[in-house]
Design a protein around this ligand. Structure first.
Ligand SMILES: [Fe+2]
Ligand SMILES: [Fe+2]
Length: 288
């Protein structure tokens, strides 16, 4: 099943997260700093996705449907990075160096690694590799979204934080196939797609992990004695969550030669989420 262009909706949401505890992931220090790292990695990553796909807009211009989907994809990612960046102010009020880590991540991942990959491979192959990494990371966001919307693997979260993460997750499902379709349309090959996924997997978890460790190491309020128990609890919660098996299977599906994101039947998860929470979004003046 594929998705109709009009079902990839750019919702101009405006979350107003207030009065949350520093350890808002159920009091768990490691879990809270894991989500904090996502708030940094997502927006910088989304800007990379947008520029990687934009380079190919001219090449796909004859496919009007795909161009329209790409524009909606760019629209959705633009709102995502704005909403996650709003969270940086909340983190800094809690003495968490959000912008410091964002600066490091941006310099290391994009000013250094991205630029050097394009320089090393040459513009044509480098741009294709950047698109294959984008396609891979879009698959990652879709499988994490599937896990989160099917059965949340996390603890209880403050309502607005949960809605922010689930709104993002649902839109990731809506546009999960767009970059993949662009990649295929512009002649992206299988070995480059696999190499993009290998590189994306390493970089994604390195920068999420480094962010989490940086925030824990610089957290003056975190009790060291509580850390081992929190870390263990965090790992057990993730490792034993009901979603983990299907998320791992979905990840490896990407390595199949004939894989397409639409073979994972999960558009309904997004649709049901927005149906169920229509009134929450209406209060923001947004048609879900
Ligand atoms: Fe996104
Ligand atoms: Fe996305």
């Amino acid at each position: 099943m594929t998705i109709a262009t009009e079902n990839i909706k750019v919702r101009k949401v405006d979350f107003n997260v207030q009065d949350i505890n520093k350890y808002y992931v159920d009091g768990n220090i490691c879990g809270s700093h894991f989500i904090n790292a996502l708030h940094i990695v997502f927006p910088e990553g989304e800007r990379f996705f947008i520029r990687s796909v934009k380079r190919y807009l001219k090449e796909i211009q004859e496919d009007k449907t795909l161009v329209a989907k790409v524009k909606r994809f760019i629209g959705q990612e633009g709102v995502h990075n704005k909403e996650h960046e709003k969270f940086w102010d909340i983190l800094e009020k809690m003495d968490i160096d959000a912008r410091g880590y964002a600066k490091f991540y941006n310099n290391a991942a994009y000013n250094f690694i991205e630029k050097n990959i394009i320089k090393f491979l040459g513009e044509k192959r480098g741009n294709m590799f950047a698109l294959s990494m984008t396609t891979a990371l879009e698959h990652f966001t879709a499988l994490l979204a599937d896990g989160l919307l099917r059965k949340s693997p996390f603890y209880d979260l403050p309502k607005d934080v949960e809605m922010l993460l689930k709104w993002h997750a649902a839109e990731e499902l809506e546009h999960k196939a767009v970059c993949f379709d662009v990649y295929e349309k512009v002649g992206g090959d299988y070995p480059t797609r696999v190499a993009g996924m290998v590189m994306a997997t390493g970089m994604l978890w390195f920068f999420i992990g480094a962010g989490q460790i940086y925030f824990i190491a610089t957290d003056k309020d975190a009790k060291l004695t509580k850390m081992p128990a929190d870390f263990l609890e965090f790992c057990v919660t993730l490792g034993t969550s009901e979603s983990i098996k299907s998320v791992v299977k979905m990840y490896f599906d990407y390595y199949k030669k004939d894989f397409h994101p639409d073979e994972h039947d999960n558009y309904a998860l997004a649709e049901n989420f927005f149906k169920e929470h229509q009134s929450y979004f209406e209060k923001m003046g947004v048609q879900a």
